[in-house]
Design a protein around this ligand. Structure first.
Ligand code: KG4
Length: 382
């Protein structure tokens, strides 16, 4: 099944074409540099930029997926694509609206079903995406587990981890569409905490990747920052606001005494990142141990932008090993951060499992007669 998928939930205008679990094309136009001067995403600027780029990004995704012979967009959408998927939440309402309106317009024009997708669920399932034959060197989840294509049920029950700029969640995945949030944040998401930390240290937005680079040069001292939620791990809550405040105070103190030189900044960055990751791992491990299905768990699936961090992945690998679980990451770096390929994969998986979903009443595919039922869901929780 071929799906054109669209995501405009934050500051990336993204479109992709997927065929089942395979990602055929995946085009992302990032606005991050435009938002840098605001130190975060400016919603109306995001909306404007999505409107400017969306047609170009969609055309690009379609043409990359079907390069020969030179088809028109009309040909591709009429004859090559079976359905359209769009992120309807969570995200910035006015940004989501751009993708949703475009998806509705195309669904109407080309008489396609429209599949609304939850952005967090798309991150959650991104490790199940498979490379096409053309992407020869890419090993996918299925290769690592030596299981047959589409036998993804063999991985469940799984622990899903979504660590991005907007989400820090540990989710029990019993099966597609049968999820239970085990741990979540009470304030900032992990990526947001890294972004704010980088900003406090004088670096730009988004800061996670910059902080990673600087932290690599520094020496970790875990006694510099307080451990969040110490002694309250059983609540299964992430919290980063105290850590961020401690960082701001530390910087002010060092500035006052004239000690804020390059090597000190590197050490501070390394210790801040380490404390943020250790907190994430500690709560995740507690969530794994506390689940009622602990002895049945098979895999850990990781998604979201922070997964691109080498140190974070190392800590997750160690966590999985300690708990005797397989761990799987998306096959390409591009699939960690926001993209529409993961949206197409999630839409396909939802469609395949529609029966179960329907019983739960949580999901529908909308024919063009019912397009007005699809709306933005900025606070949609899976
Ligand atoms: O998944 P994503 O694109 O956005 C959301 O859906 O929120 O993730 C973006 C987040 C940002 O907070 C960014 O700083 C973080 O992922 N990030 C990283 C790295 N690359 C991106 N954090 C740590 N290390 C990285 N290499």
């Amino acid at each position: 099944m071929r799906i054109l998928s669209i995501d405009t939930s934050c500051d990336e205008t993204a479109a992709a074409v997927t065929d089942g679990l395979k990602i055929i094309s995946n085009v992302v136009w990032s606005q991050a540099s435009l938002h840098a001067k605001f130190g975060g995403v400016h919603p109306s600027l995001a909306q404007r930029e999505h409107e400017k780029r969306i047609d170009f990004v969609i055309e690009n995704a379609l043409k990359k997926a079907f390069p020969k012979p030179p088809y028109t967009i009309y040909d591709i959408l009429s004859t090559k694509v079976d359905g359209i998927a769009v992120t309807t939440g969570p995200g910035l309402a006015i940004a989501l609206g751009v993708g949703i309106n475009k998806a509705k317009e195309l669904a109407k024009k080309y008489n396609k079903s429209l599949i609304p997708v939850n952005h967090v669920e798309a991150h959650l399932l991104s490790a199940l995406a498979q490379a096409t034959k053309k992407q020869k060197n890419k090993k996918t989840t299925f290769d690592y587990l030596k299981i047959k294509q589409n036998n993804y049920q063999e991985m469940f029950p799984a622990i899903g981890i979504v660590a991005s700029g907007g989400t820090s969640q540990v989710i029990l995945i019993n099966n597609i569409g049968d999820c239970l949030i085990l741990a979540t944040t009470i304030d900032d998401a992990l990526g947001e905490a890294l972004d704010k930390g980088a900003r406090a240290l004088g670096f730009g937005y988004p800061g996670g990747a910059v902080l990673e680079k600087i932290a690599r040069e520094g020496t970790v001292n875990t006694s510099v920052f307080p451990v969040p939620m110490l002694g309250r791990e059983n609540l299964l809550r992430f919290s980063y606001s105290g850590l961020k405040t401690a960082l701001v105070r530390k910087i002010a103190e060092l500035e006052k005494t004239g000690q804020l030189k390059k090597s000190v900044i590197q050490d501070i960055a390394a210790s801040y990142q380490e404390t943020a990751f250790n907190h994430f791992i500690r709560i995740t491990e507690r969530a794994i141990k506390q689940t009622t299905v602990n002895n049945k768990l098979k895999t850990v699936l990781v998604g979201g932008g922070v997964g691109a961090n080498v140190m974070f992945r190392k800590k997750l690998h160690e966590l999985a090993k300690r708990n005797n679980l397989n761990i799987l990451f998306p096959y390409s770096k591009k699939l960690y951060t926001d993209n529409a390929g993961m949206v197409g994969v999630a839409a396909y998986l939802k469609l395949e499992n529609l029966k179960t979903e329907k019983q739960k009443g949580g999901f529908s595919v909308f024919s063009i007669k019912h397009l007005d039922k699809i709306d933005r869901r900025p606070d949609w929780r899976i």
